[in-house]
Design a protein around this ligand. Structure first.
Ligand SMILES: [Zn+2]
Length: 210
């Protein structure tokens, strides 16, 4: 009889223990879920790989920033909205451009934090400031190859906001051309505006329709 009571007691004890254990586990799970949803912890979880060929590291990389010791991370600069803009730019425009040009793409510039934007002499209204623009060249960046990439993108149905051929030192042996392309996720309709930078007789760059 004593043996039977003892077995019953052990059974009750084990049931109580298992119930306690499952509650504890459940509570622990909930606590973990709540803590990961804190905004301060999610910031560091921002997705860094946006598409197959474009990521946060690439689109914030800047040789000028590195040379000047400027931290060009939008997260470090408290401009978290930039991460979403760069992702939308990658998904809607850059990955389709990469496919259209069959990978003939060489990155030259993306997001610019305020100190970097000031250092390169750009205006605060530049779409580069908001992570909405990217500059690139074909891998062999001759004037003809840049023009050919520009015409291919212009003729496609890629929903860019602005597509611009930009150049520097135009008319000299060091002249360089590249493509600027943008996407504004806040606009219901992208402008699909095509422009060309030319150098006026005063030596200053001007932007005209193309
Ligand atoms: Zn640009």
């Amino acid at each position: 009889m004593w043996a039977k009571v003892l077995v019953e007691d052990i059974k009750h004890f084990l049931e109580a223990l298992m119930k306690f254990w499952s509650n504890t586990t459940g509570t622990t799970g909930n606590t973990t879920g709540a803590s990961t949803s804190k905004p301060t912890e999610r910031q560091s979880d921002a997705p860094s790989q946006f598409t197959k060929n474009f990521c946060l590291t690439m689109l914030t990389q800047s040789d000028t920033a590195t040379r000047l010791g400027i931290n060009n991370s939008p997260i470090a600069n408290g401009e978290l909205f930039v991460v979403n803009n760069l992702e939308q730019l990658s998904v809607k425009v850059l990955e389709p451009v990469f496919a259209l040009l069959k990978g003939d793409y060489m990155y030259s510039g993306g997001y610019r934090c305020k100190p970097l934007n000031d250092a390169v002499g750009s205006s605060d209204s530049s779409q580069h400031r908001k992570g909405m623009a990217n500059d690139f060249q074909p891998k062999v960046p001759t004037k003809a190859n840049v023009e050919s990439a520009f015409q291919a993108i212009k003729a496609s149905d890629i929903p860019f906001d602005q597509l611009i051929i930009e150049g520097s030192r135009i008319g000299t042996p060091q002249e360089t051309f590249w493509i600027h392309i943008s996407y504004d996720p806040n606009k219901a309709q992208q402008r699909r505006q095509t422009l060309r930078v030319i150098v006026g007789e005063d030596g200053k760059n001007r932007t005209v329709g193309a």
